[in-house]
Design a protein around this ligand. Structure first.
Ligand SMILES: [Zn+2]
Length: 525
């Protein structure tokens, strides 16, 4: 065992494919649904992170998912783009329709192999399920070369039957076989042994890549994935920040950093651009509204801060005394000053391109205007500020409600009062209202003006960079009926940021209502 000194060593490492399912399984997290524009932004960041495969959605489930997969497959360069499909002809066909014409594509089809699922949910015999798996893999192979098959609930399936199904689908043309611990039931050693059993008992296993997909119900999704890699898995399915159904999926950043930091042990690595990890984590957290816990490994706010005096003393003398990886290796550094008030449009575009963002002229103009306004309020603009501007400006949700002006009075001796002017569907409207505090007054007034029936679930405010002139960023979650949306707003004035975040959420609700596409219910792999 050694502390990480040089990441370039261990040239013989086996390369593990990273299959990111933030946009499919991650998006199934309660309250984490993303719209088309948000999915595109995340997919582009996943490409910068250099993941091997992006599971962009489940084409058959809704027109929204279909369209997101189609756009991502057409517009995002680099990774293979994949759609999930149940083992049904209409699902496989729909996945193909969403992907067709794009350069690098994969269809991922699945059916359960556990008796519990087959008997109670699918009402199929083992023979029927295997036959259907084979048929659908063949159907998918009729469309694409790259086909993945998952035996859902593999960890609760009879291993003998599981081996038979895997052999049959590989013969039918599956190029990746993915072993899901669908309900997060497996223990690491046991899961490792299952992968070993598959390698030893499926005669044609060398013709396919073994993949794993672990859920975190017992807190060992990453441990299970790593145990599987030790036993020969060549692909891992995971999500940014570990978001996903219930307790979530294996977290991408933990697997990637785990392999890189302990390459001496695992003898395996990935092609992930680890310096993009923190940026990816912040982006997904911002868009989904799923806050990262401070003590989360790798990307938590405290992950690299040493509080103990003894540790600090050691670190000052020699970094490797208590630091097993460099903070810069995940993209954590000092906030870098990027631009000031006098920076021009050309420099702005250049800086964005250096950060990896390519924008159309129209997007650039909008972002630049926003940057100028910010630079007027705040002398120094940091990289993090630019990221927020970009992610907000790229979200082209139609503005049913727009904030024209806001004036709030509050203090120790006044009843907090908000005076708000909104543009609603192009028409100007003014209102005055009171509340328990300045934010409450503003929100109550906006609620009256927009006649919203929604409920505010979460309100979080944070500073984007240090200093009292920093931009405040507000994230809200708003629920109406069964739909939850996340709204964001940022401004150097917290109350203005709060109003913007609320209106952003209400705009998303209005947008959603205008193009309602209820997802059909389905079971995930
Ligand atoms: Zn899953």
């Amino acid at each position: 065992m050694r502390a990480e000194i040089d990441e370039g060593n261990f040239a013989m490492a086996r390369m593990i494919r990273i299959f990111d399912t933030t946009l499919r399984d991650g998006e199934q997290s309660p309250g984490a649904s993303m719209n088309l524009e948000e999915k595109l932004i995340v997919a582009k960041q996943l490409a910068r992170l250099n993941v091997d495969i992006i599971e962009a959605g489940f084409a058959y489930s809704s027109p929204g998912d279909f369209e997101a997969i189609r756009r991502i497959a057409q517009e995002v360069e680099g990774p293979i783009i994949c759609s999930l499909a149940r083992a049904r002809p209409e699902d496989v066909d729909r996945a193909w329709e969403a992907l067709r014409g794009a350069p690098k594509i994969r269809i991922h089809t699945f059916i359960s192999t556990s008796d519990i699922h087959l008997k109670h949910q699918f009402r199929l015999t083992r023979d029927q399920a295997r036959e259907r798996a084979v048929d659908m893999v063949q159907r998918a192979r009729g469309y694409v070369e790259d086909v993945e098959f998952s035996p859902m609930d593999a960890t609760r399936s009879d291993p003998k039957y599981l081996y038979e199904v895997l052999e049959a689908v590989i013969t039918a043309g599956a190029t990746t076989v993915n072993i899901p611990d669908t309900v997060g039931y497996a223990a690491p050693q046991e899961f490792g042994m299952l992968i070993r059993g598959i390698r030893e008992n499926v005669p044609n296993i060398k013709q396919a890549v073994i993949s794993v997909h672990c859920h975190n119900d017992l807190g060992v999704a990453v441990g299970n994935s790593l145990a599987a890699i030790v036993e020969g898995a060549g692909q891992v399915e995971c999500t940014i920040n570990g978001i996903g159904e219930r307790a979530g999926n294996a977290s991408l950043e933990e697997i990637v950093r785990g392999l890189r930091t302990r390459k001496d042990f695992y003898g395996a690595d990935t092609q992930i651009q680890t310096e993009e990890i923190l940026k990816s984590s912040r982006l997904v957290s911002n868009i989904t509204g799923m806050v990262v816990q401070p003590n989360k490994a790798i990307v938590g706010a405290n992950a690299f801060s040493h509080a103990s005096g003894i540790h600090q003393d050691g670190l000052l003398k020699e970094k490797t005394t208590y630091e097993i990886m460099r903070p810069e290796s995940i993209g954590l550094g000092k906030s870098t000053l990027v631009m000031g008030k006098l920076s021009g449009r050309h420099a702005f575009r250049q800086r964005l391109e250096e950060l990896g963002y390519k924008m159309t002229d129209e997007e650039l103009n909008k972002a630049f205007e926003r940057f100028k306004r910010l630079a007027d309020q705040k002398k120094e603009v940091y990289e993090e500020d630019l990221e927020v501007i970009i992610s907000e400006e790229l979200q082209t949700i139609p503005e049913t409600y727009r904030l024209k002006s806001l004036h709030v009075e509050s203090g120790t001796d006044t009843v907090p009062t908000a005076q708000i002017e909104l543009e609603i569907d192009g028409k100007s409207s003014r209102q005055v209202g009171k509340g328990d505090g300045p934010v409450d007054a503003a929100y109550r007034t906006i609620a009256v003006m927009t006649e919203t029936k929604s409920t505010l679930l979460t309100y979080v405010v944070k500073a984007i960079t240090g200093g009292t002139d920093a931009q405040g960023e507000v994230m809200v979650k708003v629920e109406e009926g069964a739909k939850t949306v996340t709204g964001h707003g940022s401004d150097t004035d917290i109350i203005v940021a709060s109003a913007k975040a609320y209106l952003n959420a209400l705009n998303k609700l209005a947008y959603w209502k205008s193009r309602k596409d209820e997802k059909i219910s389905y079971k995930e792999a």
